[in-house]
Design a protein around this ligand. Structure first.
Ligand SMILES: C=C1C[C@]23C[C@@]1(O)CC[C@H]2[C@@]12CCC[C@@](C)(C(=O)O1)[C@H]2[C@@H]3C(=O)O
Ligand SMILES: O=C(O)CCC(=O)C(=O)O
Ligand SMILES: [Fe+2]
Length: 354
């Protein structure tokens, strides 16, 4: 019997309800609560939040056509070298993506008191609020988010008592498309790790194929002093993989060891795919769970939609037995790992290292 992924996040009460996102529309000056200095980098020793000059001249992660004949090799190389790539030919209709983005805009444009009605419950997953990583940082982020795991109905009714259905329909359609795309990308990644079709049956980790997801709508309004603000602080995503749509406003950057912050520029029609901690574990640290952040800008409003894909909460994860070399991590359940991440953020992985 599997326990749904939402269960992994349920008992991880992260006390975010006493801090609520700012009413961004009404601020002309960056409030002290949102002014970051270089000291506000607690818990993130290998990266500096406030370093601003992205390495525009540096090489960029590849854009991969999912129908390319050598897709397995291309995806494998990108996962090892970068931990992130963009995909085209993904078969997610552009009008669906645009429709969900339009709904996200409508949601974040609502008056603050309306959004607060749909606040995420302290031990829940769905709802409006701050990023879950917020408690690890002394300053607040120039960001508001809305997370959906399963149905959005209950929360959407609080936002639009009479017109919630279009939002829910669009979200359901998008989640279905994302789930099937994530499954296909997972198969390609597993192939790149040497797991072939015959292995699927025997694979003790067949729970991988029962993975599910959560959708996070992100809003980063234009910011009066972007040099001292952070949209989303540096972090790695926890699950297997994330599929992200970004509007045409820059801001997403990845940390490349020895290089610095590298921008992931919006590519029309492409979706960004990145490796999360659980895939890093499964691949015995050969796939890079890259650290990323978002920086705001003075003139335009960034929106993104991130779909996080991971196995049921009670699944046991360990490096795939087929991989060469000794295992670098001990076995861990998804729920245990999320618990560690919620307590220790980036140090979670080192706690399960062998
Ligand atoms: C399924 C999820 C992944 C996520 C927590 C969440 O419940 C929904 C939000 C996700 C997010 C987005 C910002 C970074 C992150 C680490 C966080 O705090 O919330 C991720 C979470 C994650 O990857 O565990
Ligand atoms: O907005 C973005 O580009 C990044 C979002 C993100 O990293 C996340 O939601 O985990
Ligand atoms: Fe992320």
């Amino acid at each position: 019997m599997t326990t749904s992924l939402s269960n992994a996040y349920k008992d991880t009460n992260i006390h975010l309800n006493n801090i609520i996102p700012l009413d961004f529309g009404s601020v002309l000056q960056l409030p002290e609560s949102h002014v970051w200095t270089d000291d506000d980098n607690s818990g993130n020793d290998r990266r500096t939040c406030l370093v601003r000059q992205p390495r525009a001249e540096a090489a960029s992660p590849p854009v991969i056509d999912l129908w390319a004949p050598d897709v397995v090799g291309l995806v494998g190389d990108a996962c090892r070298r970068w931990g992130v790539f963009q995909v085209t030919n993904h078969e997610v209709p552009q009008n669906l993506v645009a429709n969900v983005e339009a709904h996200a805009r409508r949601l974040f444009e609502l008056p603050t008191d309306r959004k607060l009605k749909a606040l995420r419950a302290p031990n829940g997953v769905t709802g409006y609020g701050l990023a879950r990583i917020s408690p690890f940082f002394p300053k607040l982020m120039w960001h508001e988010g809305f997370t959906i795991m399963g149905s959005a109905m209950e929360h959407a009714k609080l936002l639009w008592p009479h017109h919630y259905e279009e939002f829910c329909d669009a979200i359901d359609k998008y989640q279905k498309k994302m789930k099937s795309l994530a499954y296909n990308i997972l198969l390609v990644m597993l192939k790149a790790l040497g797991v072939d079709e015959e292995d699927h049956e025997k694979l003790s980790s067949s729970f991988l194929y029962q993975s599910d997801g959560a959708l996070q709508l992100n809003s980063y309004p234009s910011c009066p002093n972007p040099n001292h603000a952070i949209g989303l602080a540096p972090h790695t995503d926890s699950l297997l993989l994330t599929i992200l749509h970004q509007n045409d406003t820059n801001g997403l950057q990845i940390m490349q060891e020895g290089v610095g912050w590298v921008p992931i520029r919006p590519t029309p029609g492409a979706l960004v795919v990145n490796i999360g901690d659980l895939m890093h574990i499964l691949s015995n640290a050969t796939f890079n769970n890259m650290c990323h952040r978002v920086i705001p800008n003075e003139t335009s409003h960034r929106f993104s939609m991130a779909y996080f894909y991971g196995p049921p909460a009670n699944s046991v994860l360990a490096p795939l037995p087929k991989l060469p070399g000794p295992p670098r991590f001990r076995a861990v359940t998804v729920k245990e790992y999320i618990g560690l991440k919620n307590k220790h953020l980036e140090k979670a992985l080192s706690l399960i290292q062998i």
